[in-house]
Design a protein around this ligand. Structure first.
Ligand SMILES: [Zn+2]
Length: 400
């Protein structure tokens, strides 16, 4: 269904705003921008009416860490992959996403950046591309997780300056702050307006703190591929996880699929960091939105074979996870149903907080006048009914 009309009135829904839920409210959209949110049905002659049917009307979900879905990975390096991933996640309420790479060669990374630029103007029916998140290759070998060890290395200025010179689309770069050269790297990212994020790291508190002070202000998938308390002889050291808790201004992102982190850890993180410091991420690989079975993480030809079962992607020996198959609706559902978080807080962590972290909150992240009309309508169980990007309905659930 293709709806693109200049004036739209969404009625008969519970509107989730930063100040709480407005029961039976309405949202007015003109030319792709929200122009009003009301607690009653405003008179709006000529507007196309979109009936929310008593469901929730929410800001669109923002996924700042996602690798794939619908059978494709961004590292496949095809325009088709980019567009299909965007279409797949749109069906689950994601209106904005940051395509995320994996550790690879310089050529792989640069070619993914080129494909991003090619795909960007062609994306008419998917979640909006907001810029690229480079995950790797500057990681701790010991914390590589499902990242391919062949490509893991220390930051090299010749390499990263070259990569950055090849694209204006890089918005975020995940790296381990304790590596040789990782501090000048973060400073360089800061100069270029790119967010440094600490990831796949064996750092202890002192290293994380130095990293934080130099730009590593976000912790990538907290708890996953990250040091906790370690002992060296008799002495204990706080790891990256504890550091993210101690440093109040450190943002964290979590894979809230209910599997990577069990309910008690979701509750612990929420208790310590609160909804203003946590972004929910899918970290989804290609099997998101697909049936279980064998799959591949990373490039379809050169990536690592994995098994998708029990709602998660696993390494072939089943001893560790290899990305998630989550979609954004599932993250919200998990936080509400497993972690006992309120719906408004869960939505904030899927919308406003990631928008603030990625510095796009001036136009995304809440149902507020003047912002893009990125809107998702879902029911009590967070089943997505309608997804709208900039005033255009890009997905409607089939009528049952
Ligand atoms: Zn990832």
């Amino acid at each position: 269904m293709d709806i693109k009309q200049s004036l739209i009135k969404i009625v008969n829904g519970h509107v989730i705003t930063p100040d709480g839920i407005i029961r039976n409210g309405s949202v007015i959209v003109r030319d792709g921008i929200i122009i009003g949110v009301s607690d009653h049905d405003l008179e709006m002659p000529g507007a196309m009416i979109l009936d929310a049917g008593g469901r929730y009307i929410s800001p669109g979900f923002i996924d700042i860490h996602v690798h794939g879905g619908g059978g494709y990975d961004f590292m496949d390096n095809t325009v088709e992959a980019f567009l299909e991933i965007a279409n797949t996640h749109a069906r689950y309420g994601t209106t904005a996403l940051f395509p995320t790479t994996l550790t690879g060669s310089t050529e792989d990374i640069v070619s993914t950046l080129r494909t991003y630029d090619e795909a960007y103007p062609l994306n008419e029916s998917g979640s909006e591309f907001m810029g690229v998140h480079l995950e790797g290759p500057y990681f701790s070998m010991n914390q590589r997780g499902a990242q391919d060890p062949r490509w893991i290395r220390d930051p090299d200025p010749d390499e990263y300056e070259y990569i950055i010179s090849q694209s204006n689309s890089i918005k975020r770069w995940s790296a381990a702050p304790e590596l040789k050269g990782a501090i000048p790297f973060a400073r360089f990212l800061g100069l270029k307006g790119i967010l440094a994020s600490l990831a796949h790291t064996d750092a202890i508190y002192e290293e994380v703190l130095e990293g934080f002070e130099n730009g590593y202000t976000l912790a990538t998938h907290l708890y996953s591929a990250m040091s906790g308390v370690t002992r060296r002889n008799a002495y204990r050291f706080a790891g990256a996880v504890e550091s993210a808790f101690i440093i109040d201004d450190m943002d964290v992102e979590i894979i809230a699929d209910g599997i990577h982190l069990p309910a008690p850890l979701l509750k612990l993180i929420f208790k310590i960091k609160g909804p203003g410091k946590i972004a929910l991420i899918t970290d989804a690989m290609r099997a998101a939105g697909m049936p279980p079975g064998e799959s591949v993480i990373g490039n379809i030809q050169t990536g690592i074979k994995v098994i998708v079962e029990d709602g998660v992607s696993k390494m072939p020996d089943r001893k560790s996870f290899a990305g998630s198959v989550a979609t954004a609706d599932r993250l919200v559902r998990t936080m509400v149903q497993m972690a006992d978080v309120s719906l408004t807080d869960a939505i904030r962590m899927m919308t406003m907080t990631p928008a603030v972290i990625m510095k796009i909150a001036d136009r995304k992240g809440s149902l507020s006048s003047g912002k893009d009309a990125d809107i998702v309508i879902f029911d009590e169980n967070i089943n997505v009914h309608t997804t709208m990007v900039k005033g255009k309905v890009i997905y409607q659930a089939p009528v049952k």
